[in-house]
Design a binder for this molecule. Structure first.
Ligand SMILES: Nc1nc2c(ncn2[C@@H]2O[C@H](COP(=O)(O)OP(=O)(O)O)[C@@H](O)[C@H]2O)c(=O)[nH]1
Ligand SMILES: [Mg+2]
Length: 377
């Protein structure tokens, strides 16, 4: 899962780390000069001090040095107060082991990361969000020199975690908590995104949780539309109601809900024909399906290959019917993470599942921690 993303990002982090470290080396050379001058001044001062005081100072510096070693990175990040009398040890660590990156340098340094994200079809807005996260953690913030890579990885992971922290829906609870059965899920999306196969997978998922599930073969537009759903229904052993090609999709779904009520089914999963924005008949039909059947959840199914077009695609549907949640399919065949990141950040809808293969069990519940792990972070 997301191997392409993982590899590209790993390389980009390595490049960014190298650039930050190079900056650090250059800075260090300058700082060393400064420090040498200061040390000479310090020595002169020391010589002028009475012996007793000198001894006391040495002890004090030693004690402080031990304490400094214990200090956490956060403490290093704190701007030292001007008036604070700093120990030689602290001055040494600040000047040689810590580095800061300026705003101008950051853009140049971030370039590799930007390219890696764009190669993954991550939308511009998301790239900007990741960039500002890294900027906050890196610019003008001293980083211990041996912690550059860790700091970049931690910052990147935190930003992705924030992006992926969308509302989490527990599908099992959702169905369980509805008072009057059945819970009706309506599946929408372009042709070929994986609506019908996903319905088969969700049917199996819910059946495994002991729910009684029935399918509505609402794709009456194409001849293969309903026969395909019947095939998936048979595979996972759930009933399906279908009509003839060209028959009224709205009434097939209505009949399925009526039958579900009569037979005490828990869930109806309703398929629809793939919609395209330039076909007003199909859009009107979809509006009618929603108006008449009042589904509990309208799920937009999105192909992982969609990339940053995900926003435009969701808007086309959302204009006509309210979208409650998303499912992203074909994660197994398309290893770029752009669609998922762009959808999570820009659509602000819960993602219920990820489709990860052609079998009925190839469905994963949305789990941000698992996704972040698969990113290698
Ligand atoms: N590898 C893979 N193929 C998928 C996935 N979901 C759907 N497909 C395939 O995508 C094609 C279109 O799926 P289908 O359910 O017919 O799409 P629909 O037109 O939206 O109903 C089929 O060949 C499916 O087997 C997935 O998660 N992974
Ligand atoms: Mg279909």
């Amino acid at each position: 899962m997301f191997k392409f993303f993982k590899d590209k990002i790993k390389q980009a982090i390595a490049n960014v780390t190298k650039k930050v470290e190079k900056e650090a080396v250059e800075e260090t050379e300058e700082k060393k000069e400064e420090l040498r001058e200061e040390e000479i001044k310090e020595e002169i001062k020391e010589k002028e001090k009475p012996k007793k005081e000198k001894k006391k100072l040495v002890k004090k510096v030693e004690k402080e040095a031990v304490a400094e070693i214990e200090e956490t990175k956060e403490e290093f990040k704190e701007e030292p107060k001007e008036e604070e009398k700093k120990s030689l040890f602290k001055r040494l660590t600040e000047k040689i082991t810590l580095t800061k990156i300026s705003g101008e340098k950051f853009n140049e340094i971030f370039h590799d990361m930007e390219i890696a994200l764009l190669e993954n079809n991550v939308a511009e807005e998301v790239v900007e969000r990741i960039k500002s996260g890294l900027e906050k953690d890196i610019i003008n913030n001293p980083i211990k020199r041996n912690k550059v890579s860790d700091t970049i990885i931690a910052s990147f992971r935190n930003t992705l975690e924030a992006i992926l922290s969308i509302e989490k829906i527990n599908v099992e609870d959702l169905v369980k908590n509805k008072k009057d059965k059945p819970f009706v899920f309506l599946f929408l999306g372009y042709n070929g995104v994986g609506k019908s196969l996903t319905i088969g997978k969700v049917a199996r998922f819910l059946k495994d949780k002991n729910f009684k599930v029935i399918l509505a073969a609402g794709d009456t537009f194409r001849a293969a539309g309903s026969s395909q759903l019947v095939e998936y229904a048979n595979k996972v052993n759930v009933p399906v109601i279908k009509g003839k090609t060209g028959s009224d999709s709205c009434s097939i779904i209505f009949d399925t809900i009526t039958s579900a009520k009569a037979k005490n089914y828990d869930v109806v999963l309703a398929d629809t024909a793939g919609r395209i924005h330039n076909n007003p008949d199909l859009i009107n039909e979809l509006k009618k399906i929603v108006r008449v059947n009042k589904p509990d959840y309208n799920i937009l199914v999105i192909d992982a290959m969609t990339g940053s077009d995900v926003v435009q695609q969701a808007e086309e549907f959302n204009k006509h019917v309210n979208i409650d949640a998303l499912i992203i399919t074909k994660i197994d065949t398309y290893e770029k993470a752009g669609t998922l990141l762009s959808a999570a950040y820009l659509l602000k809808k819960p993602i219920l599942f990820l489709g990860v293969g052609q079998e009925s069990g190839d469905l994963k519940e949305y789990d941000k921690d698992e996704i972040i792990k698969s990113f290698g972070l």
